[in-house]
Design a protein around this ligand. Structure first.
Ligand code: BES
Ligand code: MN
Ligand code: ZN
Length: 499
């Protein structure tokens, strides 16, 4: 989709469709008032007929408004003006786009009411609008033999801003929003692909493909032989139970100065998690194809860096493997030696994410990171604790944790911090190795992070548990692309592209 920004009087827009907001009960937004005036009260007279009162979710298409230059007006319900907030704004954008996309207008001008600047600035609103619109248009039909795509999908959206002096900001917000939306959509596609197609090799191919888009992005794939030479005994123990070879995807984006330390992003790329010998119950096991969403979000974020040519150095590392039961698979009680030299007693083969991540985290030391953030669908316990709305955040550094929380708040991709206290570490004690790979009853998300913390002592490090936020279940089953927005915002901020 093509987005652009423009200023001008809404009633003078020569457009196939002008989208305006209506507050309840039948209260015209400022732009709608202007159009009403130009059309000598046409909107008011239509609304008197009672077809629409402005509730969220309502939409009304009107034709041939006198005194205007548009072919149609689409009125969108925004709810009461008092309660109009970021969520209502997103909902209104979503409704507008779905109406336009299923109708016959391929080109429209959006003029929904802006939020008060105390709630959200113009930059954020426009960026959110672009991301939400793309979200609404997203479809995953690669695996359908006869995809039922909209006949005339929306192709061009012009965003009307009220002041010339805001045009530059609006254009920047559109560029950032589009890059983020593309990254989200790439992460969703990778997540939604089934495990038999999206294998570790497929993930590696997609990373290589991204690398060909920019001379600033160098992509290198480590094969099992090279991982063995590095003594990645934890990672390789997981892939031993699978016929698909593991891959360690290393993406180096050089946008900053040669001597500036990189932000290192590590994403769990477990392309299917059956649990291994500690096999999972079958209900909803299909959703374990989403166990690579952390890796997908790292690839999506690098895609946004490439699109925006961000002046920052970023390294993305994705350990990719399957976790299956097999004669060669890890068995409960097995002890493996990680790249760090620390030994691990595998008491549950289903706690495999931390096994592949710990070696990737040790590997990332060679990049001399400014900060390290890992992203993983790591624990079912995180879904119990936080549900689907918040990503779990655990960190050994308060400043970094605050930076992440605030990045999430800025783009509606929020995280919530859990403690990483010393006391929890004891739960990982093992009688036979340096540590166990599970922490027993209670605090499963925290003990998983405690495990990872033993491999990141030298780093300013944060862990994002996206077990709840990475995908939706039920009739809306599908990947969310989170936390591409959060990570990209953090990088935009670090590279001083946003304030
Ligand atoms: N990939 C799962 C975590 C998961 C489960 C994410 C359900 C989203 C929904 C992870 O590999 C796993 O199996 N974790 C175990 C850890 C346990 C054995 C300590 C879990 O959460 O049950
Ligand atoms: Mn598992
Ligand atoms: Zn897993």
């Amino acid at each position: 989709m093509n987005y652009s920004a423009k200023t001008g009087d809404p009633s003078k827009q020569r457009t196939p469709c002008l989208v305006l907001g209506l507050f309840s009960r039948r209260k015209l937004s400022d732009a709608a008032k202007t159009v009403d005036k130009a059309s000598k009260g046409f909107l008011t007279s239509i609304l008197k007929k009672g077809d629409m009162d402005g509730e969220p979710g309502q939409a009304l298409m009107l034709y041939d408004l006198p005194g205007t230059l548009c072919e149609r007006v689409l009125l969108i319900g925004c709810g009461t003006q008092k309660e109009y907030n970021q969520n209502k704004h997103s909902e209104a954008v979503g409704k507008a786009i779905s109406e336009l996309n299923s109708g016959y207008t391929v080109d429209a001008t959006l003029c929904l009411p802006a939020l008060e600047s105390t709630q959200s600035d113009l930059y954020s609103q426009i960026r959110d609008t672009v991301i939400n619109s793309s979200e609404q248009i997203y479809r995953f039909d690669q695996c359908k033999s006869d995809p039922k795509a909209p006949k005339r999908p929306l192709k061009k959206l012009t965003l009307l801003v009220n002041d010339r002096k805001h045009l530059k900001t609006a254009q920047k917000a559109i560029a950032h929003g589009q890059a983020m939306a593309n990254g989200i959509s790439l992460a969703k596609d990778l997540g939604n692909l089934p495990g038999n197609i999206c294998t570790p090799s497929h993930l590696a191919d997609q990373a290589r493909r991204l690398g060909r888009k920019s001379p600033k992005l160098k992509v290198k794939i480590l094969e099992e032989k090279q991982m063995a030479a590095l003594k990645m005994g934890a990672l390789l123990s997981v892939s031993r139970g699978s016929r698909q070879p593991a891959k360690l995807i290393v993406m180096e984006y050089h946008g900053g100065t040669a001597k500036s330390k990189p932000v290192v992003l590590v994403g769990k790329g477990l392309t299917f998690d059956a649990g291994g010998i500690s096999i999972k119950p079958s209900p909803a096991m299909d959703e374990m194809k989403y166990d690579m969403c952390g890796g997908a979000s790292v690839i999506g974020t690098l895609s946004a860096c490439v699109d925006l040519e961000l002046p920052v150095n970023v390294v993305g590392i994705v350990p990719a493997s399957e976790n299956l039961p097999d004669g060669n698979a890890n068995k409960p009680g097995d002890i493996v030696t990680s790249m760090s030299g620390q030994t691990i007693e595998i008491l549950n083969t289903d706690a495999e994410g931390r096994l592949i991540l710990c070696d990737a985290l040790t590997y990332c030391e060679r990049f001399n990171p400014a900060i390290v953030i890992d992203v993983a669908t790591l624990t079912g316990a995180c879904v119990v604790a936080l549900g689907k709305h918040a990503t779990g955040l655990l960190s050994n550094n308060d400043a970094l944790a605050d930076e992440i929380l605030s990045a999430g708040d800025s783009c509606n991709d929020r995280a919530w911090r859990l403690p990483l206290w010393e006391e929890y570490q004891k739960q990982l004690d093992s009688n036979f190795a340096d540590m166990a790979n599970i922490g027993g009853k209670g605090g499963g998300t925290i003990t998983a992070a405690c495990f990872l913390s033993r491999f990141t002592k030298k780093q300013k490090w944060a862990h994002l548990d996206i077990a709840g936020s990475a995908w939706n279940s039920g009739t809306k089953k599908g990947a969310t692309g989170r936390p591409v927005s959060l990570l990209t915002h953090l990088l935009l901020k670090r590279s001083k592209q946003v304030s």
